[in-house]
Design a protein around this ligand. Structure first.
Ligand code: HEM
Ligand code: HEM
Length: 189
C-alpha cells in the first residue's frame, strides 16, 4: 500500500513510541555504574534509588514493548512512505535493531541478576531475591550478561540517535512526511 506524505501512525502507536523513547532515555541516564563493586561490597541495591528506578523503568519498557508488539499485529497498516529502496531497507534495519534491543535489554538484565544471584529491586519495596530458573539455566553460564547488558544499553542509544537523525534529515532536508507520521495531526481552525 502506498500512501500520501500526510499518512500518520495511529494514535496508540504514537503514544507507545514517544512514551517508550522517553522511558528508555531516562533508564539509560540512570544506568547503574559500579554495580558489580557495590554488590561485591555487600551493599543492598534497594538502598540506591538509581538502581531501583533503573530496574523498574526497564521492566516498564519490557511491558510496553510486549503490549506494543501485540498492537502492531492488530493495528491498521503502518504508513508506507514513498522513498528510495535503499532508504526503506535502512529504515527497516534500524527498526528491527530497535525492536530487538527493546526485548534484549530486559532479558539480558534478568540474566545478569539471576546468574550472579543479585536481587531484582523495584519501586514500592518489591524485590525478588533469587531467580532460580535463570540461575540454573545453561544460558546463564554462556556470557557475562552484565557486560552484554551494558553494551546493549549504550548501543540502543547510538541506534536510536541514528534513527532520530534520519527522521530529522527527512523533515529538514527531504521535507517529506516521515517525522510528521509519528506526530499528532496539527489542529486546523
Ligand atoms: C530500557 C531498558 C534499559 C536500558 C537502556 C539500560 C541501560 C543500562 C546501561 C547503559 C547500563 C550500564 C551503566 C554503567 O555501567 O554506567 C546498565 C546497567 C545495569 N542495568 Fe540496565 N538498562 C535497561 C533495562 C534494565 C532492566 C529491565 C534491569 C533489571 C531488571 C536493568 C538492570 C541493570 C543492572 C543490574 C545493571 C548493572 C549491570 C552490571 O554492571 O553488571 N536494566 N543498564
Ligand atoms: C529510544 C528512542 C527510540 C526508540 C526505541 C524508537 C523506536 C522506534 C520504532 C520501534 C519505530 C517503529 C514504530 C512502529 O512500527 O510502530 C519507530 C518509528 C519512528 N520513530 Fe522512533 N524511536 C526512538 C526515538 C525517536 C526519536 C528521538 C525520533 C525523532 C526525532 C523518532 C522518530 C521516529 C519516526 C518519525 C518514526 C516513524 C517513521 C519511520 O521511521 O518509519 N524516534 N521508532
Amino acid at each position: 500500500m502506498t500512501t500520501t506524505s500526510t499518512a500518520r501512525y495511529d494514535a496508540a502507536s504514537q503514544v507507545f513510541h514517544w512514551v517508550t523513547a522517553i522511558i528508555v532515555t531516562i533508564a539509560f541516564i540512570l544506568g547503574p555504574g559500579g554495580f558489580g563493586r557495590l554488590m561485591h561490597d555487600g551493599v543492598d541495591p534497594a538502598t540506591h534509588s538509581d538502581i531501583v528506578w533503573h530496574e523498574s523503568l526497564g521492566l516498564v519498557v519490557f511491558l510496553l514493548t510486549a503490549l506494543r508488539l501485540t498492537w502492531v499485529a492488530l493495528r491498521p497498516a503502518a504508513p508506507r512512505m514513498v522513498m528510495a529502496g535503499w532508504m526503506r531497507s535502512a529504515s527497516r534495519l534500524l527498526h528491527v535493531a530497535l525492536w530487538a534491543m527493546l526485548l534484549a535489554l530486559p532479558a539480558t538484565a534478568l540474566l545478569a541478576l539471576g546468574s550472579e544471584n543479585h536481587p531484582l529491586t523495584l519501586l514500592g519495596g518489591t524485590r525478588v531475591d533469587q531467580l532460580p530458573l535463570i540461575a540454573d539455566s545453561t544460558l546463564a553460564k554462556l556470557a557475562d550478561w552484565g557486560d552484554v547488558h551494558k553494551f546493549l544499553g549504550d548501543a540502543v542509544m547510538w541506534i536510536a540517535g541514528l534513527h532520530a537523525a534520519a527522521a530529522l534529515y527527512h523533515h529538514v532536508i527531504l521535507k517529506d512526511g516521515v517525522l510528521a507520521s509519528m506526530l499528532p495531526r496539527r489542529r486546523t481552525r
